[in-house]
Design a protein around this ligand. Structure first.
Ligand SMILES: Cc1cc2nc3c(=O)[nH]c(=O)nc-3n(C[C@H](O)[C@H](O)[C@H](O)COP(=O)(O)OP(=O)(O)OC[C@H]3O[C@@H](n4cnc5c(N)ncnc54)[C@H](O)[C@@H]3O)c2cc1C
Length: 554
């Protein structure tokens, strides 16, 4: 067994998006903070957010209206007390953004008035933004602020593998039968391959979403659902995973970077066509291309499935060249760099997994049901979004829960019991079988199965087939994981399989269609299911299954 030194810190933050960084900045008042993050610090979804952040800032808007818009979008599955707490936090969050130097756009000619735009589902203008790159400005400002604090250390290229809980202690340890408590995490240094044991009084999970479980996604490559999978393995409750939001139009560019084609293109007259040139939204919905996102995504999905095509097209060629270049300069430039002139050619697009509404269940104070483990941001299931997320509510939710997590930490950190000695990472028995190609192939298989069977339109049969398939793949991955030195690819693959499995199981627990979850065998909403879907793992049950030779996992 290789031994590496344990790192002690007061507070461990896993993830460096808006949730992790805001929390770290505040928690620095309470002790030493260590932020670990996969890849480079700004690789998460925060940097990609274009539209903006929702907040009520007076005028003809009110908290009540924002709450009611959010509840409507959620198909009444959101929790009113949570929505209120988050919405009412909005003005404080915006004040902090200005304080740390985020250059929010102001009204032309009035530098004191913040510019507010409106997005689908919001009945008032309440979206604050920095041109069409709001997230980048926010991420950069928080990274700057965090770097200025002496007692915050930021470790990039450090990937958390597992939360450390009683499950890692030896049999017979006195804490083995105590309620599950988090004492930190095992973290892989991606550059050296060493696994560090990080011991902390309080851990914040801020690992973002998991769009990479689907073949097409707008998410960055780090979005592999690690936080959800780690928490589930440790025994936390994971909720509402069936509600995954798909964006109707991502640029179809196999092998290229994910690139969103904003809704505004359809708003300005863009026409959706199939490979025969037919305008397939005709007859589908009175608003055609401007139907709600889930309706447009389903229509595209049907075209792809029935025609066997890889993508549909968005046609702007009836607009003048000057207009296209001035109205959509970024899209024009991005496509031109890939050899496509959108003033003369149709843009290939596919719907893509965009936002994970479910996650690790937290209470109003950001506490998970594992002691000393808090969660904030997209990884957390707070109860804000219910069956559908309202645009621009997620940055607000991430900021609000970073604040609530800080308050919980402030209340409790002094009462944390002394931390036990933790076992070092044990890599006994692993050897490099040099079969890494398998990892890449299985990753693609999971993403394809999730796309084809558990995507925008689901059915009972497809869900059952997907479950069997993912179960089988997981057994392959698990044995690979146990026999090979750990690296980021295999960590992510194992997490993607668990994430897929959780989405499938949640979807099976909801035999109705509500918001983002559409099952063609149960196309109507059913009041019996107006409740959350909770999944809790039983490690002991899983261990028993493994002993009995069962190849899947529970
Ligand atoms: C293209 C796009 C546009 C969007 N536009 C908007 C918008 O306009 N408005 C809005 O409100 N929302 C928008 N969203 C959603 C919003 O950006 C995210 O929900 C939000 O940024 C999530 O913040 P976060 O801090 O939870 O996660 P992220 O910003 O994704 O950060 C997660 C961090 O965790 C790290 N991490 C993950 N796993 C591990 C691990 N195992 N170990 C260590 N580190 C790990 C990642 O590297 C990353 O640093 C958009 C999302 C996308 C993809």
């Amino acid at each position: 067994m290789t031994k590496y030194k344990t790192i002690d810190t007061d507070i461990l933050v896993i993830g460096s998006g808006i949730a992790g960084l805001r929390f770290a900045l505040k928690a620095a008042d309470l002790g030493d903070v260590l932020v670990v993050t996969k890849s480079s610090a700004s690789k998460g979804a925060t940097r990609l957010a274009q539209g903006g952040i929702a907040s009520v800032l007076g005028g003809d808007d009110s908290f009540e209206t924002h709450i009611s818009d959010t509840m409507d979008a959620s198909r009444n599955l959101a929790k009113p007390d949570v929505v209120r707490k988050i919405v009412e936090h909005g003005p404080d969050a915006i004040a902090e953004l200005l304080e740390i130097g985020v250059p929010l756009d102001t009204v032309e000619g009035d530098e004191d008035a913040l510019s507010l735009t409106q997005e689908g589902g919001h009945s008032k203008r309440r979206i604050l933004h920095v041109a069409d790159a709001t997230g980048r400005a926010i991420e950069e400002a928080y990274i700057r602020a965090v770097r200025e604090k002496d007692n915050i250390s930021l470790l990039q290229n450090h990937c958390a593998i597992d939360l450390i809980t009683r499950h890692h202690l030896d049999e017979g340890h006195p804490l083995k039968k105590e309620p599950v408590t988090c004492w930190g995490a095992y973290v892989l240094d991606e550059e050296t391959g060493h696994v560090k044991t990080v011991r902390a009084k309080v851990t914040l999970l801020a690992t973002g979403g998991g769009g990479c479980v689907y073949k097409h996604t707008t998410n960055p490559s780090v979005a592999t659902g690690d936080g959800v999978a780690m928490s589930y393995r440790a025994g936390a409750t994971v909720s509402n995973m069936e509600f995954f939001q798909f964006h109707p139009t991502m640029f179809y560019d196999p092998g290229g970077d994910n690139f969103l084609i904003t809704e505004a293109v359809r708003g300005e007259g863009g026409i959706l066509r199939n490979s025969s040139g037919e305008r397939f939204m005709e007859g589908m919905h009175p608003r055609m291309e401007l139907a709600p996102r889930d309706v447009v995504s389903r229509a595209i999905d049907e075209q792809l499935k029935t025609r066997g095509d890889t993508n549909v097209f968005l046609d702007l060629t009836h607009k003048s060249e000057d207009y296209i270049k001035s109205r959509f300069p970024n899209i024009y430039k991005h496509c031109a760099e890939r050899g496509l002139d959108i003033t003369k050619e149709w843009i290939p697009v596919v719907p893509a997994a965009h936002y994970m509404c479910g996650g690790v269940r937290v209470d109003l104070n950001a506490r998970t049901d594992i002691i000393n483990l808090l969660a904030a941001g997209e990884v957390a299931f707070t109860g804000m979004h219910g069956a559908n997320r309202l645009a621009s509510n997620s940055l607000l939710e991430s900021m609000a829960y970073a604040q609530f997590a800080y308050e919980s930490c402030r209340e409790n950190i002094r009462d944390v019991s002394p931390l036990p000695e933790l076992p070092e990472w044990d890599d006994t028995g692993v050897f490099d079988r040099r079969e890494w190609v398998i990892v890449r192939h299985i990753r693609e298989e999971i993403r394809s199965v999730m796309w084809d069977y558990v995507g925008i339109v689901r059915s009972d049969d497809r869900l059952e087939a997907a479950k069997r398939f993912v179960d089988f793949l997981y057994s392959q991955i698990d044995s690979f994981y146990r026999q090979n030195p750990v690296n980021r690819d295999v960590i992510e693959l194992r997490n993607l399989a668990i994430l897929g499995w959780l989405i499938i199981n949640s979807a099976q627990k909801r035999p109705e269609s509500r918001g983002l979850h559409f099952n063609s065998d149960h196309p109507e909403i059913d009041s019996e299911y107006a409740k959350d879907t909770d999944l809790i793992s039983s490690l002991f049950q899983r261990e028993k299954h493994l002993r009995d030779g069962y190849i899947g996992f529970v």
